[in-house]
Ligand binder design. Sequence first.
Ligand SMILES: NC(=O)C1=CN([C@@H]2O[C@H](COP(=O)(O)OP(=O)(O)OC[C@H]3O[C@@H](n4cnc5c(N)ncnc54)[C@H](O)[C@@H]3O)[C@@H](O)[C@H]2O)C=CC1
Ligand SMILES: O=C(CO)COP(=O)(O)O
Length: 324
Amino acid sequence: MRIGVIGGGAWGTALAQVAARGGQPVTLWARESEVVASINDAHENAVFLKGVALSDSIRATGRLDDLAGHDALLVVAPAQHVRSVLMATPVGATPLVLCAKGIEAGTRMLVGEVARAAAPGAPIAVLSGPTFAHEVAAGQPTAVTLACEDADLRTRLADRLASPAFRPYASGDVVGAEIGGAVKNVLAIACGVVEGAGLGLNARAALIARGFAEMTRFGLAKGARSETLAGLSGLGDLVLTCSSTNSRNFSLGVGLGQGRAAAELLADRRTVAEGAHTAPVLREAAAEAGVDMPVVAAVCDLLEGADVRAIVERLLARPLRAEV
Ligand SMILES: NC(=O)C1=CN([C@@H]2O[C@H](COP(=O)(O)OP(=O)(O)OC[C@H]3O[C@@H](n4cnc5c(N)ncnc54)[C@H](O)[C@@H]3O)[C@@H](O)[C@H]2O)C=CC1
Ligand SMILES: O=C(CO)COP(=O)(O)O
């Protein structure tokens, strides 16, 4: 199965490395010419994944047309750019493995819905889970959810990408896998705020648990299965991203918790903190679905410049209620 990768950020590069194990050829499309040059000339992505020696069998290109004729395409552009990139890619009936985590602003569509609209002939799979790109690229043990409604395609993709250190767990719940990844980024910002504001480890654990309750309410309302939300792509990724400054979302939250403005924290960065884009559209989607998501609403307010103490007081003043 010849693999192409759309997106030369940290995660696209790490996944290209996964797909290239054993010397299998992989084509990676990157938007930045310096990324293409760095990968082809020095076998390193010095812009987005510095310090990792990449396989010689990864060939980078700046032309989306070079992705024609592959057997599967891993879609690893940031969620807000998936539509425009897929519209410009010769996808046809090539299976798409969606690896971005987010919800499209304006349309409130999950990435899977965006992909179906932009590439109507392509079968869809979702790869998601607790996966810091640096660790995956370094070959450290990692497990992911690989969700696809077509069991045969799911098995072929899992067999192609699996190695002892990279274990895909099969699922038929595409929506569930997507929702976990999209929502956890927003919750990771909230946990970062707790860290930045010095509110303590009890508060962070409470936020992870109550945030997971929000993820579950929203996911069930959108047709996800609770087992998926409690699995690698939901709870697993939530725990990872809510506990480390290796997470861009958590780090953004730390800055907000220290009283810095979102605009200042997001200015000039080349890497993506998906939660900042997902939060406002998730708040809209939750309202549309009639789902209460107070932590998500708090993150939106903080991104819009609300005072941290006032937001914490508001959350703590909510009426006492049953846990379930
Ligand atoms: N970095 C990680 O550890 C992981 C990232 N992800 C997800 O993968 C997706 C991509 O993230 P990363 O690879 O980390 O990106 P990154 O933060 O390393 O790099 C930014 C990426 O955004 C792209 N970009 C910027 N403007 C663009 C535009 N107008 N059109 C198309 N692309 C544009 C850049 O070319 C670059 O590939 C995100 O949805 C992220 O949540 C998922 C799992 C792990
Ligand atoms: O999705 C990720 C880990 O699974 C990466 O998290 P950040 O985007 O917050 O760095």
